[in-house]
Design a protein around this ligand. Structure first.
Ligand SMILES: NC(=O)c1ccc[n+]([C@@H]2O[C@H](COP(=O)([O-])OP(=O)(O)OC[C@H]3O[C@@H](n4cnc5c(N)ncnc54)[C@H](OP(=O)(O)O)[C@@H]3O)[C@@H](O)[C@H]2O)c1
Length: 326
């Protein structure tokens, strides 16, 4: 694609995150929202009116055939990520698919194979990878600012009760804390320490069959990550990365942080990095840059990164006894 050409976006699945994403698209230069697709005509038209967008499709199949759409953002429940991504790639669309990439590793492999086969950009929407505080933390750790990492601690819990978050308690839709938010602490440990040697995980299950809360220990040769997710109560939502020479605290809410603190030699130094919007803007810019450079994957959150992460998730699922109906 020609550099600096406007990139035309379509959004599939018009719920909570679709609203936030549509808002953030308006903050990015060179992004144009051209179409929405919903299972319901009314919902598609409401979004189209709200965001001054010309096209509102009442089926997901219809938006796939729209040749004006360059990239589709898939914002549906977890169980449909694979099917819709495959359909979009087969219809020659670039794809930004919400996390988790899929319900399991084999499905994720198919999605990535389709991206290669059709030569279309595909990325799991792991927006934290592009968050300025996380990026600075990552770069500091990699250049040895806090020495060798021995310990990571991160939690992510919120109370989903009464928030119209029914999909979170629906096993068929891939609900539960692990798939929805447990992937964030796992992402932190994976990006900083890689694939663990061992994983220990335990959950408490909700009567609906989804994991209400999950505690995970990732064991490395010289480090441990203690991670947690939950959907029935709140938590601090802070992350700590501790090394032999100091530590970095990513401030609450760590996965979308606007600051971080380096603690070293008995001194605390806080760095403020306010985000543009809520911070979805950075993953949008990454999609643009990759598409304009004819890349089918991001170097910052690559196909292999997504495959590694879902492999770790699959191991946690196995340990806690979580299985989604096909
Ligand atoms: N990156 C982030 O910060 C972030 C934050 C929240 C969620 N997410 C991810 O985004 C995805 C959507 O989450 P959400 O919180 O936006 O969910 P949501 O509010 O429930 O919206 C999901 C939308 O998907 C569509 N859908 C298709 N099949 C459905 C089904 N069987 N049941 C319910 N809805 C169905 C619906 O749109 P139509 O009726 O219009 O078709 C629905 O409004 C998930 O993968 C989640 O993990 C990411």
């Amino acid at each position: 694609m020609q550099k600096n050409k406007t990139i035309k976006w379509g959004i599939i699945g018009l719920g909570n995150i679709a609203h936030k994403f549509a808002n953030e698209l308006q903050l990015v230069n060179g992004a144009e929202l051209v179409a929405f697709a919903s299972r319901s005509k009314e919902n598609a038209e409401t979004f189209a009116n709200m965001y001054h967008c010309a096209k509102a499709y009442d089926s997901y199949e219809a938006i796939m055939k729209d040749d004006t759409v360059d990239i589709l953002y898939i914002a549906t429940p977890h169980n449909s990520h694979a099917e819709l991504s495959l359909l979009a790639l087969e219809n020659n669309k670039h794809v930004l698919c919400e996390k988790p990439i899929a319900l399991n590793y084999p499905d994720a492999e198919k999605m990535i194979a389709a991206s290669k086969k059709h030569n279309k950009f595909f990325m799991e929407a792991f927006w934290t990878r592009f968050n300025p505080s996380f990026k600075a933390t990552f770069e500091n750790v990699k250049k040895g600012e806090i020495g060798q990492i021995h310990y990571i601690n991160a939690d992510f819990a919120f109370s989903a009760k009464g928030k119209n978050r029914n999909r979170l308690f629906d096993l068929k839709l891939g609900g539960g804390s692990l798939m929805d938010i447990g992937v964030y602490p796992l992402f932190l440990a994976y990006t900083l320490l890689g694939i663990p040697e061992k994983i220990h995980a335990q959950s408490i299950f909700h009567p609906s069959g989804v994991d209400a809360q999950t505690a995970m220990i990732l064991q490395y040769s010289d480090a441990q990550a203690i991670l947690y997710s939950g959907i029935c109560h709140t938590s601090n939502m802070k992350a700590t990365i501790s090394g032999s020479e100091g530590r970095i605290n990513i401030d609450t809410i760590w996965h979308m942080a606007e600051s971080y603190t380096v603690v070293k030699n008995n001194t605390e130094t806080k760095y403020s990095l306010p985000t543009n919007g809520m911070g979805y803007t950075y993953e949008i810019e990454e999609c643009h840059q990759c598409i304009q450079n004819n890349m089918i994957e991001s170097q910052l959150w690559s196909h292999q990164n997504s495959l590694d992460l879902i492999k770790i998730v699959d191991e946690v699922k196995k340990q806690i006894g979580l299985d989604f109906p096909v």
